[in-house]
Write a protein that binds this ligand. Structure first.
Ligand code: NMX
Ligand code: MLT
Length: 434
């Protein structure tokens, strides 16, 4: 057993009795109640999911295993001379709750390297995707095609003990994560760079290798590390994480679950918002003919979008009630490296103009920007000008958190998810009786 798997096995042995006791001794304790508002309102805020991997505070933002993002970026080990930490280190933290040592990271880099060979048929799936397929559709199909490699599926059909489900899920997760940077980068090269594949460099880390296979020189490796870490997890209730959990709760393997996760992320109210933000900003940029709009022109542009019955992409959030710290970290990065970039200036203006307008309109509960309001301009600055690709990178990052969650779901033997539904007439009846 590798040191990481060994550590995980020990943690699982500690956690299992704790959770069993918690449930056994408190099975009737009330945590939340489901009101009609929550029932018809997309279960907003309903406390009905569990994860120990991350927690989203409405005011503070995300914590991974108890650490804020600034703490994560400070504490996790970095490649020599780099500003951004190893993505491998983040995965180690999400999985074990511990900050890894340099040695732990080099073991994990090695593990990923051994598992990184992408089968030929995956490239063929990408090559033969119907023309005009969105990159997220192609990513989902590529991941789905790997289903035949599942170790979990094999062991399950051989008749494995349920206490060992996590073990083969861990194998599947590492096998998939090791391949994702190359799959994503190849989708990019196939769609936008005449299909010219760049072979992986076995000496590089997760983020560094992705940048290399995209064909973009340094410091894009730093951007990739930052991007994957920022997008890795956002507790369990968001559509992508919840979908991954839900699908895997049927004991569907990691390939089925992560492919489904990708499909959820591909919606414009979720991860696809990063692409929408760039389409939206570029429509104004093109109209302005290279000039920065005045404050009045920018305000008009925002109001025109709202008055057309559309949302302002990249603004608002179901849980957050302040500026997303993931936005702030990207803003700080941009102020350091691209403060004179024209598109950054658009984003900067929107940061000042949109929240008061959304507040004046009085609908959005959170008028502040989320992660997607910022990520695209950084990508544009470093040469990834194809907006439709941005959510693919979100998906690579998100897979790290969702895989860690699914491994723990299996370890703690969380059951198949199956809430109860009612008809609307039954709800009217319940209310009448009250
Ligand atoms: N622009 C215009 N209207 C908005 C916005 C916005 N950015 N955000 C919320 N509203 C509206 C919303 O459509 C709803 O209108 P109505 O009453 O007519 O149905 C009303 O304000 C109340 O919505 P909230 O309770 O504030 O937001 P909710 O929790 O339902 O939705 C989002 C959260 C994120 C889906 C929503 O804020 C939104 O559509 N934002 C724009 C898309 C976006 O940036 N999504 C990315 C989220 C982050 N991610 O990566 O997933
Ligand atoms: C996410 O990162 O998943 C988004 O911010 C959406 C959410 O948390 O609801």
């Amino acid at each position: 057993m590798t040191p990481l798997k060994q550590k995980l096995a020990e943690k699982i042995d500690q956690e299992r009795p704790r959770i069993r006791k918690l449930v056994k001794e408190n099975c009737d304790a009330v945590i939340d109640t489901c009101t009609v508002d929550k029932l018809f309102g997309g279960m907003r805020g309903l406390k009905c999911l569990i994860t120990d991997i991350s927690y989203l505070d409405p005011e503070e933002g995300i914590r991974y295993r108890g650490y804020t993002l600034p703490e994560i970026f400070k504490k996790l080990p970095k490649p020599k001379g780099a500003e951004m930490p190893y993505v491998e280190g983040l995965f180690y933290l999400l999985l074990t709750g511990e900050i890894p040592s340099e040695e732990d990271i080099s073991d994990l880099i090695d593990e990923f390297r051994k598992r990184s060979t992408v089968p030929r048929y995956v490239f063929e799936v990408i090559d033969h995707a119907p023309s005009l397929s969105h990159p997220m559709t192609i990513l989902s199909m590529a991941i789905l095609s790997l289903h035949r490699e599942s170790v979990f599926d094999l062991k399950y059909h051989e008749g494995v003990n349920k206490l060992d489900y996590w073990d083969s899920t861990y194998e599947d997760s590492l096998n998939l994560l090791a391949k994702l940077p190359e799959i994503a980068a190849y989708i990019y090269r196939k769609l936008y760079k005449e299909g010219k594949r760049i072979q992986p460099n076995p000496d590089l880390d997760f983020g560094g290798n992705f940048a290399h296979m995209m064909g973009i020189p340094k410091p894009y490796d730093e951007v990739s590390r930052m991007y994957f870490i920022l997008h890795a997890d956002h507790e369990s209730g968001n559509v992508s994480a919840h979908t991954g959990h839900l699908v895997s709760s049927a004991l569907s393997d990691i390939y089925l679950a992560i492919s489904a996760m990708v499909n959820g992320l591909a919606g414009p109210l979720h991860g696809l918002a990063n692409q929408e933000v760039l389409h939206w900003i570029m429509s104004l940029h093109d109209k302005m003919d290279g000039k920065l709009p005045t404050e009045a022109e920018m305000k008009q542009f925002v109001w025109d979008t709202l008055n057309a019955g559309q949302v302002i992409p990249g603004y608002g959030h179901a849980v957050l009630r302040k500026t997303d710290p993931r936005y702030m970290m990207q803003r700080e990065f941009s102020l350091k490296y691209l403060k004179d970039d024209m598109l950054f200036k658009f984003v900067d203006m929107l940061y000042k103009i949109v929240p008061p307008i959304l507040t004046e309109q009085g609908k959005a509960k959170n008028p502040w920007p989320n992660v997607d309001a910022h990520s695209g301009v950084i990508q544009m600055y470093y040469g990834v000008t194809e907006h439709d690709f941005y959510t693919v990178m979100f998906a690579v990052g998100r897979a790290l958190g969702v895989c860690a969650n699914i491994i723990w779901d299996r370890a703690l033997l969380y059951p198949i998810e199956r809430p109860k539904s009612l008809t609307s007439a039954m709800i009217e009846d319940i209310i009448k009786k009250k």
